[in-house]
Ligand binder design. Structure first.
Ligand code: SF4
Length: 502
């Protein structure tokens, strides 16, 4: 069995996935790929084809068995071929198929991968952040470079990404991972490669952990069943894999029942004696998780820790956008409006995928906002996504509205992110505090049987391709239901029973 780029990617997404793929109960694995994962894959292939079509001459080694392709790739590198497409490189248990192998003027070969995402993460011009290398891109380039080094076709540790915008981003794999993290990308790669190897040989076995990423994974139902049956601590909202592992190791507590017996005073004393004890888990976090565990297992009732009061205004808007991250395109701004006892759904939807259309619908949304009774409306949304996306849209279409106006809009105390309130002021007997989980809990039902933002993206792409109005109807109903769910949540939060945090 070879260590490949996809194994490293899976390990970075979830350290348990590598083990489960090989040794997990195969009959519990979802056979069909998640529609969003499929869409990402399709977009990736399309983007790769687009880049390849304009890259100039290259030697194509994409046909034949892996062995044949490996031989052809070596032969091409021995012949100093400038550019090789889909070469196969392998050394012992390492196997890689970089999109391109490029010969540099000094004779070294570097691996180049074509990605349908940005080359760096965390770039935020507004906040002055330059961005950093993406973990999974860096690990993948390290694997290819490792093989090239071992085969003697390179003595440098550099890779390259051609990103969604066609930009070339060089990854210096010997550079530190961050300003505060001196570990180099290469050291990071060596570390995860070792873990993956142990997991693949079944010399080490780790556990599932409920996380946001699980929804896209073919093992979701299987791992969820395991977490439910074992009362795993990751069922507690936000506790997460690393805290769970620390609690398992330091306290030998493996399920929620045992966790509920935790003595915080005792923990405080132990932590004073030994700084490495329960590393990263302070008294405040532990108390928070304890409260959530109690609500999940014992009281089973949602609670508010502070009175939740919303503005009294003539017009309330429940707002949600839909965007396609695979092409960085915002295709819908939806609002459910409640005004003077009447309710209606308003939407601003793109009919084509181009900048002009994206700008048009965004402009229409702002026109609508400007038409509202001044200082007599409130806007509710869930999570920072809308705010972040609007900042990006402003940078792209600065003549629609100024950044000051966008900032002023979100800073208005009547423009409210309900997720912040849920997180700070409440707790629910749920493992997830997503809008879907909470609104469902409050009794709201989406009209679609399998509502998801990922599916909406897929439907929108289909709608643009076919012009089929029945698909558009499904997208609109989904967005309208998301907006209505935000209204149900707002109303539900107002009615929550107050309890004292301490
Ligand atoms: S469902 Fe979650 S825990 Fe299980 S393998 Fe997938 S990502 Fe990992």
């Amino acid at each position: 069995m070879h260590i490949t780029a996809s194994q490293l990617y899976n390990y970075i997404q979830c350290p348990h996935r590598v083990w489960r793929d090989i040794y997990g109960p195969q009959d519990e694995k979802e056979k069909e790929a998640n529609s969003f994962v499929e869409l990402l894959w399709e977009k990736g292939v399309q983007h790769e084809e687009k880049i390849i079509s304009r890259i100039g001459d290259f030697t194509d080694t994409s046909k034949g068995s892996l062995e044949e392709r490996f031989e052809k790739t070596k032969e091409a590198m021995d012949n100093k071929t400038p550019l090789i497409y889909q070469g196969v490189i392998q050394h012992k248990n390492l196997l890689g198929i970089p999109d391109l192998l490029k010969k540099l003027p000094d004779g070294n070969y570097i691996a180049v991968d074509i990605k349908s995402g940005s080359g760096l993460e965390g770039v935020d011009e507004h906040e002055g952040k330059e961005g950093k290398f993406k973990k999974h891109y860096a690990a993948q380039l390290c694997l290819y470079t490792d093989i090239l080094n071992k085969l003697g076709y390179s003595n440098i540790k550099v890779g390259r990404i051609i990103d969604i915008h066609g930009e070339e981003v060089d990854y210096d794999l010997m550079s530190p991972r961050g300003k505060k993290n001196p570990q180099t990308w290469w050291e990071f790669y060596e570390q995860i490669k070792k873990h993956v190897e142990f997991l693949m040989k079944n010399q080490y076995k780790n556990k599932p952990a409920m996380a946001g990423i699980c929804k896209l994974c073919p093992w979701y139902k299987s791992c969820k069943k395991w977490c439910d049956e074992t009362q795993d601590l990751t069922n507690i909202f936000y506790l997460g894999r690393s805290n769970r592992d620390v609690i398992n190791d330091d306290l030998s507590i493996n399920n929620i029942e045992e966790f509920l017996d935790l003595d915080i005073e005792n923990i405080k004393k132990e932590k004073k004696k030994d700084k490495s004890y329960l590393k990263g888990l302070g008294e405040t976090s532990l108390s928070k998780y304890l409260r959530r565990a109690d609500i999940l297992i014992n009281t089973k009732e949602p609670v508010a820790y502070e009175p939740i009061v919303f503005p009294e205004v003539e017009c309330e808007l429940f707002f949600d956008i839909e965007d396609d991250p695979t092409q960085e395109f915002v295709y819908m701004h939806g609002v459910y409006e409640r005004r003077g006892g009447k309710e209606r759904y308003v939407h601003f939807t793109a009919e084509k995928v181009n900048d002009e259309e994206e700008k048009r619908v965004w402009g229409d949304f702002w026109e609508y906002i400007k038409s509202l009774p001044k200082d007599n409306f409130a806007v509710y949304y869930y999570s920072h996504h809308e705010k972040t996306t609007y900042r990006k849209l402003q940078e792209q279409y600065s003549d629609v509205i100024s950044m000051e106006e966008v900032e002023e809009f979100f800073e208005n105390p009547n423009v409210i992110d309900l997720y912040k309130i849920v997180l700070k002021e409440t707790d629910f007997p749920l493992g997830s505090y997503s809008l879907k989980a909470i609104a469902n809990y409050m009794g709201f039902k989406w009209r679609d049987e399998s509502p998801s933002g990922a599916l909406s993206i897929q439907w929108f792409n289909k709608y643009i391709e076919t012009g089929d109005k029945s698909i558009l109807k499904r997208i609109l109903e989904y967005n309208e239901d998301d907006c209505k769910a935000t209204m149900v949540l707002k109303d539900g939060l107002e009615k929550l029973q107050l309890i004292n945090k301490n």
